[in-house]
Write a protein that binds this ligand. Sequence first.
Ligand code: SF4
Ligand code: SF4
Length: 383
Amino acid sequence: MGVPLLQAYRVGRYIAGRRLRGVRRYPLVLMLEPLFQCNLACAGCGKIDYPKEILQKRLSVEDALRAVDECGAPMVSIPGGEPLIHKEMPQIVAGIVARRKFVYLCTNAILLSKHIDEYRPSPYLTFSIHLDGSRERHDESVCQEGVFDKAVAAIRLARGKGFRVTINCTLFSGENPDQVADFFDEAMALDIEGITVSPGYSYHHAPRQDVFLGRSASKRLFREIFKRGRRAQHGGRRRWSFNHSSLFLDFLAGNQAYQCTPWSNPTYNVFGWQRPCYLLTDEGYAPTFRSLMEDTEWERYGVGRNPACDNCMAHCGFEGTAVNDAFSHPFKALAVSIRGPRTAGPLAPNPPITYQQRRLPAVTVPLSAVGRARRSAEVDRVD
Ligand code: SF4
Ligand code: SF4
């Protein structure tokens, strides 16, 4: 299936309009975080490490829809926390659909069967269901048994009621490419529209730091997975549909030397407009969308520009870059979409490191403290 024509046309028209007007920075997907509270505590989650009074905060319907209007992006992704915990989520979603924006409602699906009848199937609404792998892998990733089975049951229920459904898969260290390929087959067999996939961002707020992939490991892993997809197609098995541009997939396979464009996925949450992106949570907030776009020091962020960005290959930073590149080089994008990402040959270089490397202070410290410092430096840079 892939992205429906209506969505491809509307989003394409929006981008073409911005580019014709010479707009240098424009939003593509609004990341709307209506709450941080969740009913899971996944090992790689960087969103739930807040005190109780913050976890209990909710964006109001008015605030959420004001952010949608202020931003103007044609697509809205609603992550969290767990959005289905928010009592006014059906009104927020209905308001976005009424504006003819494409909304991806992200959920771990535990509450979906309870709330599904509060939503109406629409070409503008997609349930994006968190599924990181096969039963064993997913339940390990979300640190709770039985969640995979609930998610699969919810996918079947939502498809049976005529909803658009994608899965949102984050890959971590220790993935086996054969198992990931089998899982993609399994997911496509559930009649989903497509797979959203990226390597997990190494949140320093996450409960576990040993789960994240470094940049080179991510590229090698994606090459191995895509190789298996190609072989499977030739063997007559199911094709995988990804909810991504062809050039983003090529970037994941290490063939594009992209820099992040964080303004393409601006984030609004209970604190305001988060600078600079969905993933970095300690860089402050802007009072308005305009201030976010105009006053953020964007040149401080991106691979090689900021240590916190060095291992990032997330779609919220690089899908916008890939889409822009596809508009600038349509034949390159077409060629990759026909033949698939290249899975051999040299990797494209990473952007050069331009930030000041940290220096250890020249003071005398006990040996035990040196050991601690080294261990914490090791988890700083996962690659
Ligand atoms: S990753 Fe998603 S489902 Fe897991 S704890 Fe975080 S918000 Fe909840
Ligand atoms: S590379 Fe971009 S998306 Fe990733 S953490 Fe840095 S600013 Fe955010």
